[in-house]
Write a protein that binds this ligand. Sequence first.
Ligand code: KG4
Ligand code: ZN
Length: 363
Amino acid sequence: MKILGIETSCDETAAAVVEDGTKILSNVVVSQIDIFAEYGGVIPEVAARSHLEAILPVVDKALSDASCSWDEIDAIAVTHAPGLLGSLLIGTLTARTLAILHNKPLYAVHHLKSHVYANWLTTNTNQNESTLAHSSKNADASLNDIINHPTFPLLALVVSGGHTQILYMRGHNQFEIIGTTRDDAIGECFDKVAKILGLPYPGGPSITKAATGNPLRYRFPHPKVDGYDFSFSGLKTAVLREVQKAVNVPISYPSHQLADLLTPEQVADFAASFQRTAVEILCEKISSAMCNYPDIQSVVVAGGVSANQKLREALPEAYFPAPVLSGDNGAMVGAACYYEILSGVKPVDPYKLNIYPRISIEK
Ligand code: KG4
Ligand code: ZN
């Protein structure tokens, strides 16, 4: 079954053709990062306008890269929740129109499900896979033959720009939230700390690049939150206070001017120390969940922050998407849709499909 997946929930305009939920026939992503690096963050109205300009060429390229005609497409899948309102509207309106025009069944997919299902795409590999117990099964398989899917029940650590959650999955398309952030998401925290340090948006990759210093120079407290919940706003504030201390200014000093006072060595040490703490906090929570859910067979990590190399190194037994599939893309939408169809999910009415900017994965 060939599914055209369309994703426009934030600042990536993406479309892909995926076969049987695992094989990527094409994967086209047009990123608006260059536009928003200038502004230091996403501006929703600008994102929606950029999606509008890019979406049809991106869909056309996804079909042509896959050498696929419309006749060969079995279904269209689109992100309808959660995300930026205007961005979601462009993707869903496009998918609805294409579904009507080409008479294809249309499926609406939750963005976090898609991130989780990036782990079922055949390029799935952790950089450290040779050290993993489960890799031995596929020792002889070429990359495209790797069908080394996570097994259920599993725990999914979802780490993106808008969400930080631990999910328990008893089977395909069964999601139970067992932990969530009480304030900022981890990706958002990377982005805000990068801003304090004067590093460009998006913060995750730029902090990783800058983190060449001493990861133990600055110590930040770990939040005390019950169960598997997270909190990252305290970490962001702790970095801010430590930077203010390091450059000797009062807490009333404008935070956007702090970076000018930092030496390159301090930036490298702050980036490394923050990254170490952020990874430690994520690992503590998922490790504690692993201990208390002894029936789980696998752990998967999903979302933009799963591209982080230190996080990959810290969780060598977990599944990670190929780094190129960690961020937003259409292939993961096609994969999630395939497993939804296998679980009995029905197509939506293309004349009525709605968007839900804030809805939970459990709904
Ligand atoms: O999943 P995603 O592409 O979009 C959302 O659904 O939110 O995640 C974007 C987030 C951004 O906050 C970005 O800074 C972060 O993922 N990110 C990273 C890395 N690459 C992207 N965070 C840490 N390390 C990275 N290498
Ligand atoms: Zn995302």
